[in-house]
Design a protein around this ligand. Structure first.
Ligand code: NAG
Ligand code: NAG
Ligand code: NAG
Ligand code: NAG
Ligand code: NAG
Ligand code: NAG
Ligand code: NAG
Ligand code: NAG
Length: 520
């Protein structure tokens, strides 16, 4: 009777060991992975979906503007002195409108951003602050004309004097409210022949920063109002249902699978790589990606952040990525980048000789130049133009993100970008006849995301659960091994196993009465 039970006990615990080994090495990880995938994929039933569709918290959108404090001297050819003012803090709300689901497990959507000024966070700064900044729209117009038809730049400037009322120099005296969102009026009611040319060109393809006035009298120029007014897209994004590694990957933007046409024939620069930075696939700890790509429609290209290492933030482990010097490198430092510098942006440079700048002409049809704030990671040569106010600092001007590996959620991320335009000496144009040529910054933006405490708690909670699952898996294995050992001993004791050869030391140790086990 006893023997039968012992045998059964042994068989059951052996079975349990096999099962728990399978579970521990294959079953549990698979189940956990499946569960995580279920929660992060873009599916209406997943936990992530609603948070992705409508961000539960606003992002911060900070603007720093460069006030020129020695305009009169700059007009006489002196080096500019700048005063950085900011941050002017805005709350940025994001909401996606789902248009439908595509063939290859993709979701199509439009992205709507809404900006609201946050007076409390801005402190003493007010949207009514008056600043003196480089006149971006005027220089954009004059540089475009000079690059296309240098001989008529004087004539066109005559028209621009009507178009831009009170055009005395290359600087704009403006309230930040108007520069950022509300708009500076530019006039189309004039009778200069070239004015028709300028306004006609605007009518056919106005850059996004130019908004037509309701009364038809002209346009309003502002840096960000188009972002507040219009949805962008459609984007088409992989939902990660059949391959979680592809989650969040943008496969098309505005119906096109690449930005090819804008950057010339080389396919590299037009590639849509990575996500829109809202979502990333979970990180496989055995194969941590060393580059994280994001597609940035504002600059018409993909950028990447490089893996720096494992880190910890908000008491959670995370992978830390930051923008690499190579992403905006000159073509000599990163030959891949040569297609980004197809067109000249300066009479002195072909742009591609300088580190850390990106010509936005092919992207925004305006001769704007993007860089990191204060020309961080850019050529030192750019700094020589200034008489103060520009000092790159990694802490303040870097772009980075902390990624939670289990879910691929961005725990904290900051993206920074500066917009510049060339101030060019053009003898034929009275307003520009004496200035010295250089790359002039207008402002920079800082877009930050940090998960709110409630979401962090949710994440910590699921980490705890994962910890339990992990513990259970080993506890199960240990318990079943212990049971196996116990039943094994019992079996041996009861003499139910065939006897090992007598002089076998193992059987001698395991079996308390070796003599009794002798088969006669
Ligand atoms: C910007 O600089 C000008 C001098 O060029 C100064 O008068 C003005 O007060 C400055 N604006 C702010 C907001 O400090
Ligand atoms: C789906 O994927 C296949 C193969 O990758 C591709 O040929 C096809 O064009 C894709 N369909 C759509 C609608 O993107
Ligand atoms: C953005 O647009 C909304 C209306 O859509 C408006 O209420 C808000 O004031 C705008 N934001 C800014 C900063 O102008
Ligand atoms: C242009 O300058 C004149 C005199 O300097 C001033 O009265 C007028 O308001 C200015 N117009 C604009 C649109 O700034
Ligand atoms: C600068 O450009 C704006 C249009 O953005 C124009 O209305 C303004 O008169 C110009 N200001 C100066 C001082 O030239
Ligand atoms: C049109 O031109 C005439 C002379 O060239 C000038 O006197 C008049 O003020 C102009 N009208 C407008 C609206 O600029
Ligand atoms: C896009 O991704 C591919 C594959 O990961 C890579 O080879 C290529 O360099 C990337 N292109 C850009 C513009 O970053
Ligand atoms: C991190 O953990 C420490 C101790 O466990 C705690 O004192 C601290 O408040 C935690 N910080 C956050 C941000 O939760």
């Amino acid at each position: 009777m006893l023997g039968k039970h012992t045998k059964l006990f042994f068989a059951v615990s052996l079975f349990a060991v096999v099962i728990s080994v399978i579970l521990a090495t294959w079953g549990f990880p698979k189940i956990v992975k499946k569960q995580i995938q279920k929660n992060v994929q873009l599916d209406e039933s997943s936990q992530m979906f609603e948070k992705w569709r409508k961000l539960p918290m606003p992002l911060t959108f900070n603007v720093y503007v460069f006030n020129v404090t020695n305009v009169d001297d700059v007009n006489e050819g002196a080096r500019p002195k700048l005063q950085e003012l900011g941050p002017y803090v805005y709350k940025e709300y994001r909401e996606r409108t789902i248009l439908g689901y595509g063939d290859n497990n993709t979701v199509k959507y439009m992205l709507k951003k809404t900006f609201l000024f946050d007076q409390e966070a801005s402190g003493a700064l007010s949207q009514d602050d008056e600043v003196v900044v480089i006149n971006f729209s005027y220089l954009a117009a004059i540089l475009t004309v000079q690059d296309m038809m240098p001989s008529i730049v004087g004539v066109v400037n005559g028209a621009l004097e009507q178009f831009f009322t009170n055009l005395t120099d290359a600087f704009l005296r403006v309230k930040v409210r108007d520069l950022f969102f509300d708009g500076v009026h530019v006039n189309c009611n004039g009778n200069h022949s070239a004015l028709g040319l300028v306004c006609g060109k605007l009518k056919t393809d106005a850059p996004p920063t130019m908004r037509p006035a309701e009364d038809g009298s002209g346009y309003y120029f502002s840096m960000f109002s188009h972002m507040n007014r219009t949805e962008t897209g459609p984007y088409e994004m992989v939902r990660g249902r059949d391959n979680i590694k592809e989650l969040g990957h943008i496969v098309s933007y505005k119906g096109k699978a690449s930005m090819g046409g804008r950057w010339g024939r080389d396919p590299y620069c037009g590639m849509l790589n990575g996500s829109d930075a809202s979502i990333f696939p979970p990180i496989d700890e055995a194969d941590v990606p060393d580059k994280l790509y994001t597609f940035e429609p504002e600059v018409c290209r993909s950028l990447y952040a490089s893996l720096v290492g494992k880190s910890s933030i908000f008491n959670m482990s995370a992978y830390y990525y930051e923008i690499s010097r190579l992403a905006l490198a000159s073509k000599s430092a990163n030959p891949d980048n040569k297609c980004f510098c197809k067109k000249d942006w300066s009479s002195n440079h072909d742009g591609c000789l300088l580190m850390g700048v990106l010509n936005l002409m092919p992207c925004q049809d305006a001769p704007a130049i993007a860089s990191l704030p204060h020309f961080y990671l850019a050529s030192e040569e750019l700094l020589e133009y200034f008489d103060g106010g520009i000092s790159p600092d990694k802490e303040k001007h870097n772009t980075y993100m902390y990624l939670e590996p289990v879910t691929g959620v961005v725990l904290k991320g900051i993206r920074r970008l500066q917009f510049n335009i060339e101030l060019r000496n053009i003898p034929m144009v009275p307003q520009l006849a004496k200035v010295s040529t250089g790359l002039f910054p207008l402002l920079w933006i800082e877009e930050g995301a940090e998960l709110p405490e409630s979401v962090l708690d949710e994440l910590r909670h699921s980490h705890k659960l994962l910890g339990y699952v992990e513990a259970v898996r080993w506890v199960l294995l240990c318990v079943s091994l212990a049971a196996l050992l116990a039943s094994g001993v019992a079996v041996l004791r009861a003499g139910l196993l065939p006897v090992w050869p007598r002089n076998n030391s193992v059987s001698f140790i395991l079996s308390p009465h070796p003599a009794e086990n002798k088969v006669h």
